[in-house]
Ligand binder design. Structure first.
Ligand SMILES: Cc1cc2nc3c(=O)[nH]c(=O)nc-3n(C[C@H](O)[C@H](O)[C@H](O)COP(=O)(O)OP(=O)(O)OC[C@H]3O[C@@H](n4cnc5c(N)ncnc54)[C@H](O)[C@@H]3O)c2cc1C
Length: 420
């Protein structure tokens, strides 16, 4: 119910996903009085159902395929890792062209160098929040593993991993067939080997982690409100949003609305070039004592199996569809038989229906973090694509440092909104 009450804060954070919650915690830790506004309970959209990996190795963001054979394979729309709604193609031409452009090898390497300083802080920044939130039990330092069945692909992955080790300090372990079988004994026999990313951290319940950060925010004095970010308006030299408990105002506001950010930024004159890669998950109860020691990527088929509190979570690759189109879990249907071959004791499906989330993606594969062009006191923190869980706390720290006028831990220029 709306009331006439107006409450003043130092900052409003719009969006209670892992990014918005992390921003809110960091601002509250720096002494601001912060209100976090979401239209539903925090952590229930994309941050709810991801694969749960804090990807310390992910200095190379996900590229658009450039090889003709690969493009042809995706164009046929029969692969497991990518699927598109043909009706979306006209709307995707422009973002895809820009995404393809930025995926050219030299441009891509330059982007990786700009992206790496964020990724490098990810595990450390999560540990700092998780420690303060009493949630270290949700973080498992297992790393994650690529499982390969094609020796040429494994060789290529290992060569890329060597570059990442030399240039970015990302460590890995090469696993031959025997070592992979010892590392993950419940995968099928006959795989050619694997690549273990050792520094990554697996989260056993990403939703619980976001809620633990919300708990920390509230213990520090932060306030949660249910409200619609689309009511955001400039007011008295600051910003105002309607909530179920009356309006809230503040000199500063942060848009951390993931895939929904354009609904707020477009009316303000910033046409964020966001597109969405949707993804699904389903949990399974493994047979007997079967388990996975950490998340595993089936490289051939492009889905992930991750051990979670609830069971083994299968997450799918990219679905190019309207954000709000009804679920079409075609990739889950294709991935499940492959997953049963990879892990014969995968067991019974646990969820009544597949979960669906929307990765908010930008054409240059980097998030938008920084002041909103032409809107004093307004800040943007969205577009984290495949790495929003990984980068939530790091984005929170960076934006709080910028907003408070502190020296940012890295040069924020590459992530500014004006680059588009
Ligand atoms: C299948 C899958 C697997 C993934 N695996 C990983 C992984 O292993 N590691 C990793 O780092 N990332 C992973 N990701 C990506 C990651 O989940 C996202 O990047 C991240 O969750 C984005 O967080 P966010 O806070 O920006 O957005 P969200 O979590 O989507 O939060 C946005 C919030 O805005 C709120 N909102 C929207 N509109 C309004 C409105 N009008 N008013 C008020 N509130 C509103 C929503 O309710 C929501 O709470 C995966 C994603 C998918 C789909």
């Amino acid at each position: 119910m709306c009331s006439d009450r107006v409450e003043e804060f130092d900052a409003i954070v719009l969006g209670g996903g892992v990014v918005g919650v992390s921003v809110a915690v960091h601002l509250q830790m720096r002494g601001l009085r912060v209100v976090l506004v979401d239209r539903r309970a925090p952590g229930e959209e994309t941050s709810f159902g991801n694969a749960g990996i804090i990807q310390r190795e992910a200095v190379f963001p996900h590229i658009f395929p450039r090889g003709l054979a690969e493009l042809f394979r995706y164009a046929r729309n029969r692969s497991t890792e990518a699927f598109y709604h043909p009706s979306m193609l006209p709307r995707l031409v422009s973002p895809f062209f820009r995404y393809w452009h930025h995926s050219q090898r030299d441009r891509y390497l330059a982007i990786a160098r700009l992206y790496a300083p964020l990724i490098a802080e990810s595990v450390h920044d999560h540990a700092a929040l998780a420690e303060a939130a009493g949630a270290m039990d949700l973080l498992r330092p297992t790393g994650w593993t690529q499982a390969h069945e094609d020796p040429r692909k494994l060789e290529e992955a290992l060569a890329e991993a060597e570059v990442m080790q030399r240039e970015f300090g990302v460590t890995h372990q090469a696993l031959d067939a025997g070592a992979l079988a010892r590392h993950e004994p419940h995968l099928r026999q006959g795989l050619v080997g694997g690549l273990h990313w050792q520094q990554a951290v697996a989260v056993s319940d990403p939703h619980a982690l976001t809620l633990a950060y919300v708990g920390l925010f509230e213990r520090l004095g932060g306030v949660l409100r249910v409200g619609d970010a689309r009511t955001l308006s400039a007011s008295g030299g600051g910003w105002r949003v309607g909530t179920n408990d009356g309006a809230v105002t503040a000199r500063r506001a942060v848009v951390a609305l993931g895939a929904w950010a354009p609904e707020i930024t477009k009316p303000l004159g910033y046409n964020a070039p966001l597109f969405v890669k949707r993804g699904y998950h389903m949990h399974y109860k493994p047979d007997g004592n079967a388990l996975l020691n950490g998340p595993v990527l089936d490289v051939t088929n492009g889905y992930m199996l991750a051990p979670m509190r609830r069971g083994i979570r299968l997450t799918t690759g990219a679905e190019f569809a309207d954000r709000d189109a009804r679920p079409t879990p075609v990739q889950l249907g294709r991935a499940e038989p492959a997953a049963r071959r990879l892990m014969p004791a995968l067991g019974t499906a646990l969820d009544p229906k597949p979960w669906l989330g929307a990765r908010p993606c930008t054409p240059d594969m980097m998030p938008i973090i920084g002041p909103a062009p032409g809107q004093p006191g307004l800040w943007y923190a969205f577009g984290h694509a495949h790495h929003g869980l990984t980068l939530g706390p790091t984005t929170g720290r960076l934006i709080a440092e910028m907003m408070m006028g502190d020296k940012p831990f890295t040069d924020p220029t590459p992530y500014r909104a004006e680059r588009f």
